[in-house]
Design a protein around this ligand. Structure first.
Ligand SMILES: Cc1cc2nc3c(=O)[nH]c(=O)nc-3n(C[C@H](O)[C@H](O)[C@H](O)COP(=O)(O)OP(=O)(O)OC[C@H]3O[C@@H](n4cnc5c(N)ncnc54)[C@H](O)[C@@H]3O)c2cc1C
Length: 146
């Protein structure tokens, strides 16, 4: 969204909407990104206009009034991208020779805005854990250790 003012400047905003939360956050001095969780098995199609209809009829009435016009403009300008989202709780399955990190290991809802930070902090933790090990080729003891 372009040229709009968030109710609280320089803050992320979570709207506890029905049926799911909506997130707004500044990504530059003139742009705000809006992230809408669209629940269900099938993402409404952008191509046939289903997504624009969903955003205008279900989401738009629930967002702060000062963001409304910019939200509608962004939809009309076709400024919509979709990403699949699923639940993947951390449940380690040690596999000899493979180590899953980042989203492959543990996925958080994009609303938390923390997945990338988490992946990098896992790397730091792992680096410290592996430091005392001398032989990374011994898969069995590495699995046990992890
Ligand atoms: C909408 C959205 C907003 C987000 N916002 C934030 C945020 O604000 N802050 C934050 O910290 N995190 C955010 N995240 C989470 C963050 O993007 C992820 O946690 C992070 O990208 C995970 O990195 P990764 O390397 O584990 O996986 P990915 O970034 O998904 O990388 C995996 C790569 O593997 C490739 N790949 C898949 N299968 C194969 C294959 N068979 N062969 C070869 N390549 C393959 C994929 O194409 C991809 O490039 C957001 C996520 C989403 C969806």
């Amino acid at each position: 969204m372009e040229n709009c003012q968030l109710p609280f400047a320089n803050h992320g905003h979570v709207i506890l909407a029905d049926p799911s939360p909506i997130l707004f956050y500044p990504i530059s001095s003139t742009e705000v990104r809006c992230l809408v969780d669209v629940p269900g098995q099938k993402v409404p199609s952008i191509a046939n206009g289903e997504m624009a209809k969903y955003l205008k009829t279900i989401v738009a009435p629930q967002i702060p009034p000062e963001l409304h016009d910019a939200f509608i403009s962004a939809i009309d300008n076709g400024n919509i991208r979709t990403m699949p989202n699923k639940s993947l709780p951390a449940d380690p399955y040690p596999t000899p020779g493979a180590l899953l990190m980042g989203d492959a290991f543990n996925m958080h809802h994009p609303l938390t805005g923390g997945g990338m930070t988490l992946a990098l902090s896992d790397i730091v933790v792992l680096q410290d854990l592996l430091k005392p090990l001398r032989n990374l080729h011994d898969a069995a003891s590495l699995c046990k250790y992890l």
